[in-house]
Design a binder for this molecule. Structure first.
Ligand code: GLY
Ligand code: MN
Ligand code: MN
Length: 434
């Protein structure tokens, strides 16, 4: 991310919190996988968005109007011994030179420095919860300040969630962010195409996951979330990530996988026949889900409310379930009674960005918020006919179908970032036959 874009975000945050406020944003904490092995480090999205600083054990403090500078970074010191084992560290010098901090100190100085910074502010912007250790330290600092009132220092009156400011900023993507997401989407789309092309009856789900991850890694990307490759009944398990079974002829394969590029995610689902040709029943259900998805995407227009795509998808699916003989009765009554939830139990999408289920409020003052240009979301209706679900006709048993694209709202037509993966049944069959 360019230093200008990062500086612009910080300036916007500093304006929003005002001279009475101060914001504290910690880096992600390293997590142990087992014994002395860690999970791959993934920077916290809020911290990354504001600083671009890649290391753990760091805290950014934003103090509007402060005489030493408004952006302070506390980070690990340079350490020749540790750097031999774990790699280069920026140190406070690098934080200033390479990341635009106005001032920087080693992380061990945070406790001694923070009281002076907090003591002159009315509000602390901080997200309680994700970092319990820092939560406890913050409570301790506030307690210390209360005890120091005779020295003229006062504790801030309020701890305010950063979400209201920062997550509103993250919700609206800049042109640079949209292009990063487009790249994540294009690489992920090519990976799905490759999985379809290399799918054969008798291959295993993990082999297709490997094809996809190979494509991500060749582009310097990592999976944005646990990839789902589910054949047959496994396609009906919404969070199936074991990916261990053999793919059988005559069944469908559902793949939900997306890569992360420079901290920005793609999230794509396609469903295709393992043997390369849809059966009549599979095609009927597939075309229904596709028509629901296309109708939902058409709702992504500036000014329409968040729930418009979901309502449209539900209507198309419910009418289709009736036409297929799965549901009986009046369509309005079936929707009112939520009869479709036996087969369509999740929402039609979510915000997408640095987090797969990205930040940003869905409602404002109790009302669904309205789409604006620059918002990016998924559109992902599905139908899940598990043989275990009462009312599933035998001819549809164990079909799980979801079709998911990533879409940017624009002033004109919705911009489908993931359009490079085919989704028309005939296109998929042609691709798999080639
Ligand atoms: N892959 C997570 C989701 O579709 O929401
Ligand atoms: Mn999704
Ligand atoms: Mn998904």
């Amino acid at each position: 991310m360019s230093t200008e874009e990062l500086a612009g975000r910080r300036a916007q945050l500093i304006r929003a919190i005002g001279v009475d406020g101060i914001a504290i944003v910690p880096a992600a904490v390293e997590r142990v996988r087992n014994r002395d092995v860690h999970y791959p480090f993934r920077q916290d999205s809020d911290f990354q968005y504001l600083t671009g600083f890649p290391e753990p054990e760091a805290v950014a403090v934003f103090a509007p109007g402060h005489s030493e500078g408004e952006f302070m970074l506390f980070c690990r010191p340079r350490d020749r011994e540790r750097e031999i084992w774990d790699g280069y560290r920026q140190g406070p010098e690098g934080a200033i030179e390479n990341y635009g901090a106005d001032a920087a100190q080693v992380i061990g100085d945070l406790d001694s420095r923070i009281l002076e910074l907090l003591g002159s502010r009315k509000r602390v912007y901080y997200n309680l919860g994700p970092n319990p250790e820092l939560d406890r330290r913050l409570i301790g600092w506030l307690g210390q300040l209360r005890a120091m009132s005779r020295r003229g220092l006062a504790a801030p009156e309020a701890v305010v969630s950063l979400d209201s400011v920062l997550h509103e900023m993250r919700l609206r993507k800049s042109p640079v962010e949209i292009e990063l997401m487009r790249h994540a989407a294009q690489v992920s789309a090519a990976a799905h195409v490759r999985a379809m092309q290399t799918c054969r009856p008798g291959r295993f789900e993990f082999e297709l996951a490997a094809e996809i991850h190979n494509d991500f890694e060749r582009h310097g990307m990592v999976p944005a979330y646990g990839s789902i490759v589910g054949g047959g009944a496994n396609g009906c398990v919404l969070h199936y990530t074991e990916n261990r079974d053999e793919l059988r002829d005559g069944t469908l394969c559902l793949i939900d996988a997306g890569g992360e590029h420079q901290g920005y995610c793609a999230d794509i689902t396609r469903t295709f026949p393992v043997g390369g040709r849809f059966s009549g029943e599979q095609r009927a259900v597939y075309d229904l889900v596709l028509s629901a998805q296309e109708a939902a995407i058409a709702e992504l227009q500036v000014g329409k409310p968040w729930d418009a795509p979901h309502r449209t998808a539900v209507r198309v699916l419910t009418q289709g379930l009736k036409d297929l003989g799965v549901l009986q009765g009046d369509v309005d009554a079936l929707i009112e009674d939520e009869k479709y939830t036996a087969f369509y139990m999740h929402q039609t999408g979510h915000w997408l960005g640095m987090d797969v289920h990205d930040v940003g409020a869905y409602k404002l003052e109790g009302q669904w918020r309205r789409f604006e240009a620059g918002m990016v979301l998924t559109v992902e209706p599905g139908l899940y006919f598990s043989a275990q679900t009462p009312g599933v006709p035998a001819r549809f048993a164990d079909m799980g179908i979801r079709i998911e694209d990533d879409v940017a709202v624009t002033a004109a037509m919705p911009d489908v970032l993931t359009r490079d993966v085919p989704k028309q049944a005939a296109e998929i069959e042609a691709l798999m036959a080639a």
